[in-house]
Design a protein around this ligand. Sequence first.
Ligand SMILES: Cc1cc2nc3c(=O)[nH]c(=O)nc-3n(C[C@H](O)[C@H](O)[C@H](O)COP(=O)(O)OP(=O)(O)OC[C@H]3O[C@@H](n4cnc5c(N)ncnc54)[C@H](O)[C@@H]3O)c2cc1C
Length: 492
Amino acid sequence: MNTSSPIDARRAEVVRALSRVLPAHALLARSEDTIPYECDGLTAYRNRALAVALPETEQQVAAVLQACHALGVPVVARGAGTGLSGGAMPHSEGVTLSLAKFNRIVRIDPLSCTALVQAGVRNLAISEAAAPHGLYYAPDPSSQIACTIGGNIAENSGGVHCLKYGLTLHNVLQVRGFTVEGEPVSFGSQALDSPGLDLLPLVVGSEGMLAVVTEVMVKLVPKPQLARCIMASFADIEAAGEAVAAVIAAGIIPAGLELMDKRMTAAVEDFVHAGYDLDAAAILLCESDGTPEEVGEEIERMSAVLRAAGATRIEVSRDEAQRQKFWSGRKNAFPASGRISPDYMCMDSTIPRKRLAEILRAIEAMEQQYGLRCANVFHAGDGNLHPLILFDANDPDQLHRCELFGADILETSVRLGGTVTGEHGVGVEKLNSMCVQFSPEEREQMFALKRAFDPNEGLNPGKVIPTLQRCAEYGKLTVLRGLLPFPDLPRF
Ligand SMILES: Cc1cc2nc3c(=O)[nH]c(=O)nc-3n(C[C@H](O)[C@H](O)[C@H](O)COP(=O)(O)OP(=O)(O)OC[C@H]3O[C@@H](n4cnc5c(N)ncnc54)[C@H](O)[C@@H]3O)c2cc1C
C-alpha cells in the first residue's frame, strides 16, 4: 500500500489493527471497494472512509469498536445506506461499520407476537417471515424492501401505516448492541416495561451516535382481515390539506393518510400506472383496515368527510390488487422523481396538521423565489412533509439554491409550530436548521447525553447536534426571507 500521505499512513495503521480482528474478506480499504459506501441516499454529500468493516459476529463488532477506540478512530455504523439525511455518510478519517452481514431472523414467536432479528435484517423481511403466522411488522418506510431494522432504530423511521400503528419506537421492545468502547449494552426489555430509567426511547432515533445496534426484538401485529383505500381528488392542494385536518378532527384515525400533488402523481403514474387522477391538483390516499364491518363503516364516514371537504372524485379500491396499486404509486414516489429531474433533495419536516395549507402555499412561493421546482408527497395524517426539491447537482448554483430552499422549508415549518425532521433524521443535512429549532442550552444538553455514552465522540461524530460555532456561523451567513435566524446568538 502507498503510504506517501498522512491519510494513507493512517489508513495503513487502521487496516493493520482491523486485520487482526477481522478475516480478510470482511475488511475493505481499496478505493474501488470503499467508494460504494461514500454516501447514503443523500447523494449530494460524499466522503470516503479509511476502511469499511463488515463483521459477521458480535465478537467481531466488539473487536472492531475496541480497535477503533484504542486508535481514536471515529466509527460510523451503516445499514443499507438508504438514509436521506447523510447519517451513514462516512467520516474521512474514520471506519464505516456495516451491519450488512447481520441479516438473520433469529426467531418469530407467534405466542408473544414478537420477532428477534439481527440489525441488518431488511424491514420487509420481518413481515415476510411473520406472514405464515398471520402477523406483520407495522412500521413500513417506503424503502422497506431495502432498509434495515438497525437503520430504522437509528432514525425512528415511520411509514404510511404509522399514523395508526406508531413509529419504530412504538413497535420495538428491546435493542442490544455495543458501546463505542465495544462493551455490550441493552435497552428496554422483552416485557412492556423495564426496571430503572427507560433508555429505549433515547437510543431509538439516536442516529448511530450512542451505540452500534446488533439485535432487535420487535412487536408483531395481526394482519387485519381487510383493508381498503380511498383515492380522493381535489381541485386545489390547500383543500386537500384542509381535508386531512377534517378527517382527523372527525375522530377517525385512518390506517394511512397520504397526500401527493399533481407534479408527483404525474411522475409516478408514468412509472407504476397506479390509476391516479391526473386532472386533480392533489390526491389523498386514505386507508381503513379491520374487520369487513369496521372497514365498511369507516370508509363511509371517511368518504363523507372528504366530500364535505371538497373532494371532486372519490374512488374506493375494489380489491386487494387495486389497493396495492394505489400504494405502489405512493411508495415509488421518490424513485419516480428521477424521471422528471436529474437529482432531487427530499426534505422532511413536520407541522401541525391544521397548518398544512399554509406550508403548501409557502412552498409554492419558494419555488418562484429559488427558481426550482418542487414535488410534494407526504404522510399528511402525521403532518410529516416530504417536499422533493428538483435540481441538477452538476450545477453548483442549483445545488446552492436547493440547499437554501430546503432550509427555508425546514425553518418555515418551525415558525408554523413544527420541527425540522419527521422521520429521516438530522444527519448532516439538517445540522444548520437544528440551530433554528433549538437554543444553545438545549443543544448542550444533547451533547451532554451524547458524552454520557461516548465521551470522546467516536460514534458518528459531527452529525445531528450542531456546535455553537456552527450555529453562529450559520446565523451570520444566512438570511432567509429577510429574517436573521437566531438573532440572540453571539456572532464570532
Ligand atoms: C426511496 C426511499 C424511501 C424512503 N421512505 C422512507 C419512509 O417512508 N419513512 C422513513 O422513515 N424513511 C424513509 N426513507 C429513509 C431511510 O430508508 C430510513 O431512514 C431507514 O431507516 C434507513 O435505514 P438504512 O438501513 O438504510 O440505514 P442507513 O442509511 O445505513 O443509516 C441510517 C442511520 O442509521 C445509523 N445506523 C444504521 N444501522 C445502525 C446500527 N446497526 N446501529 C446503529 N446505528 C445504525 C447510521 O449511522 C445512520 O446514522 C426512505 C429512503 C428512500 C431512499
